[in-house]
Design a protein around this ligand. Sequence first.
Ligand code: SF4
Ligand code: SF4
Length: 294
Amino acid sequence: MRGTLFNIQRFCLHDGPGIRTTVFLKGCPLRCKWCHNPAGLSPNIQIQFLEDKCVGCAKCASTCDCHSLAGTEHILNRADCRKCFECVESCPSGALTVCGEVMTAEELFSVIMADKDFYEDDGGVTFSGGEPLLQADFVREVAELVRKEGYTVTVDTCGEVPWEAFETVLPVTDLFLYDIKAICPEIHKNATGVSNGRILENLHRLDACGKDIWARIPVIPTVNATAEEMTKIAELLESLSNIKRVTLIPYHSLGHHQYKALGYVYRFDTSLSVSDGQIAEFTEIFTERGFYVK
Ligand code: SF4
Ligand code: SF4
């Protein structure tokens, strides 16, 4: 079994209990306008071009017709790229890199286990992305290996996957981090490209299974950063039985430079921000209903 991932982060403290290794898998069914992890959008391995590292040597252009230089400006024709990555090999400055990697379950398991001495009782691995449940069979295989060693497994999901994907990983998952962006279907569709019917249905089904869930709510100006929308989310969570924690994640524009590097256009307003006062106000909406907010 093989999976496609774009990052492995060690010593993570916020993606579940204890010290964890977080694995970021490629591919996502949503297109959140503010997404700070654009490398997770495509399920495929991609070329990344880092403009500030390019020295204009044109070695890539002599390797492949997809590259050209207009003066000192480097141009990459991604549409015709065959993903042979010879250009990456030819680039002397590291301006061209490969975004993504295919690994077998055993290879990934070995990387995760390299830090086992730090996991102690409650640490382990978190699968994130992108949307890890788009590769549910791979997640399950790695998770089974990790659980056999006595470490915990967390899955960070946006919920926009067939329920069968949840069923695949349920037996080997200790905790789900479940992203909730909006209750209002129009707000959700406008902000992410899809409505939230399946996401909310899956959340209810997951809760009925009795698994621990931490709700993760990105707080996005002009999208859901209103008392009205936060109250609707809090009311939804109140109707569930297994929400153990709520995390509010304020919008930040870190990562927007990576859009250009991957050939995307960043569509959100980087000048927007969420104030500490707003976060305090929204936190209270959850704490006054008895939720642990962290
Ligand atoms: S990956 Fe191969 S086909 Fe694509 S731009 Fe580089 S050299 Fe050309
Ligand atoms: S080979 Fe690398 S440094 Fe040279 S022009 Fe191409 S991208 Fe820039």
